[in-house]
Ligand binder design. Structure first.
Ligand SMILES: Cc1cc2nc3c(=O)[nH]c(=O)nc-3n(C[C@H](O)[C@H](O)[C@H](O)COP(=O)(O)OP(=O)(O)OC[C@H]3O[C@@H](n4cnc5c(N)ncnc54)[C@H](O)[C@@H]3O)c2cc1C
Length: 176
């Protein structure tokens, strides 16, 4: 999902990525997003980005954000991945962890987008997915944290900690 920009993280109301209408009903998406999880990779035949952008007549703030489907490969006549869309990864972020997923800077340069939902209602639509994701991630990590391999030795499944072992050095006389 493409929300975050270099100057707009928590405060999405100031995002700048724009969407301009085309005669064929699609939209030209232009702007740069950062921190995009799995923004670019070759593990699937296509990558479908959900990108937040502003229409030319958009009201200021979060009430002026719309949501677009922006696939890496545009569907051909048979609905299969066809021509490359107009966006690319600018770089892969250097992270301390979560290195199993490439987190990417994405540059959209007049990329073809399809409006999803109503104009200016994009943030509410995106939060439908984000809230589902939050619950999914919470369930996954709760399960992982309670798996036997993740628990400290001697910690029961209910999370209660065993009494700390006696310190063998405590009774050793210290040199004066
Ligand atoms: C591993 C990773 C993957 C990500 N994947 C994606 C992705 O796929 N798509 C995407 O769009 N984004 C993604 N992000 C970006 C993520 O959504 C942003 O990092 C997040 O929205 C916070 O924005 P920021 O980093 O600019 O922090 P900031 O907004 O600058 O916040 C910094 C700190 O200030 C606090 N803060 C901010 N505003 C206020 C306020 N008004 N009052 C009090 N405190 C405040 C925050 O709580 C935080 O502690 C990813 C980030 C990471 C680290």
């Amino acid at each position: 999902m493409g929300l975050t920009e270099a100057h707009a993280g928590s405060d999405l109301g100031i995002m700048r990525t724009k969407a301009e209408p085309r005669a064929d009903g699609t939209w030209a998406i232009s702007g740069t997003k950062i921190f995009i999880t799995s923004g670019e990779h070759d593990m699937a035949e296509n990558i479908v980005h959900l990108v937040l952008a502003r229409l030319p007549d958009a009201p200021a703030g979060t009430r002026g954000i719309s949501l677009f489907i922006v696939p890496k490969f545009l569907p051909d006549a048979e609905g299969q991945p066809g021509a490359r869309n107009g966006f690319a990864s600018g770089s892969i972020e250097h992270k301390m962890g979560i290195n199993g997923s490439a987190t990417s800077v994405m540059n959209y340069d007049g990329a073809t987008g399809y409006l999803l939902g109503e104009p200016h209602q994009g943030l509410a639509a995106m939060f439908t997915m984000m809230n589902y994701e939050r619950l999914s991630v919470g369930c996954r990590d709760s399960a992982r944290g309670n798996s036997p391999g993740s628990r400290r030795s001697g910690t029961p499944a209910n999370g209660a900690r065993a009494a700390a072992p006696a310190d063998p050095g405590a009774a050793t006389p210290r040199p004066t």
